[in-house]
Design a protein around this ligand. Structure first.
Ligand SMILES: [Zn+2]
Length: 247
């Protein structure tokens, strides 16, 4: 999982959402909308309302989607929020781009697998992934989750903070988080998210893959420090990026 929140671009996207809100709810002023990109594996987007604010997360793989695709996606997500029919045109425009994005995403995932280092290390300098897994497994899964290979990534990635590789039964956590500056609950949260991928295996339906289902999202929110962890990640991505580049 993970993300970035680039100012100008997000503002432009937020306006597409406000436009959609004006169409679906004519009587009210459109809400404040925050849009960010998340390194969901596969094409998954989420829209949530919290305290009157709307939070949209777009899969990282759709970051390069042109404006008409982004606008179409805004209408799709807002229509879903209001349980209204998705306009056919929006669906057509969006799916044209989404298909390409998904192909690219799969190609990238395959490359990651092929380029995988054999060496695995679950003990970082500051955090022990195996110990974290055991504790979370006891706390949230009654100890029922089979233990995968756990490893820190070879490089300090910042876009993808965690990844569950089902083929190799491996959870990879970005080495950029193995730092004294990372709160413990953040590493816990990343591991927890990837554990949920074991608990909720990918659903294949009509040639599409669904990783973050509604049930997955509901379980994700059961994490004790859910809000705090999401907030920390959003606020620290820039710093992680800097550190990743410094090397
Ligand atoms: Zn995920």
């Amino acid at each position: 999982m993970i993300n970035t929140n680039e100012g100008k671009e997000s503002e432009k996207l937020a306006e597409f959402y406000q436009e959609a809100f004006r169409v679906y709810d004519r009587d009210r002023e459109p809400p404040q909308v925050e849009v960010s990109f998340y390194p969901y594996i596969g094409i998954n987007h989420t829209i949530r309302i919290r305290n009157g604010r709307v939070y949209v997360r777009i899969a990282e793989v759709c970051r390069q989607m042109p404006d008409d695709g982004q606008r179409a996606l805004a209408f799709i997500l807002v229509a879903k929020l209001y349980r209204r029919r998705v306009p056919k045109r929006a669906r057509d425009v969006y799916s044209g781009y989404a298909t390409n994005a998904e192909i690219r995403d799969r190609a990238a995932a395959n490359k990651r697998v092929r380029g995988r280092k054999i060496v695995t290390t679950d003990k970082g300098e500051f955090f022990d992934l195996a110990a974290i897994f055991d504790r979370l497994n006891a706390e949230y899964f009654d100890g029922a989750l089979p233990k995968p290979t756990l490893t820190w990534s070879a490089r300090k990635t910042y876009r993808i903070l965690g990844h569950h590789d089902a083929t190799h039964d491996t959870i990879v956590v970005s080495r950029s988080l193995d730092s004294k500056d990372t709160p413990k609950f953040v590493v816990d949260y990343i591991v927890f998210h990837e554990m949920l991928h074991i608990h909720h295996p990918t659903i294949h339906h009509n040639g599409r893959r669904y990783n973050h289902t509604a049930a997955f999202r509901a379980d994700e929110e059961k994490f004790d420090h859910f809000e705090a962890a999401e907030k920390w990640i959003e606020q620290n991505v820039r710093r992680l990026k800097r550190n990743a580049k410094k090397k």
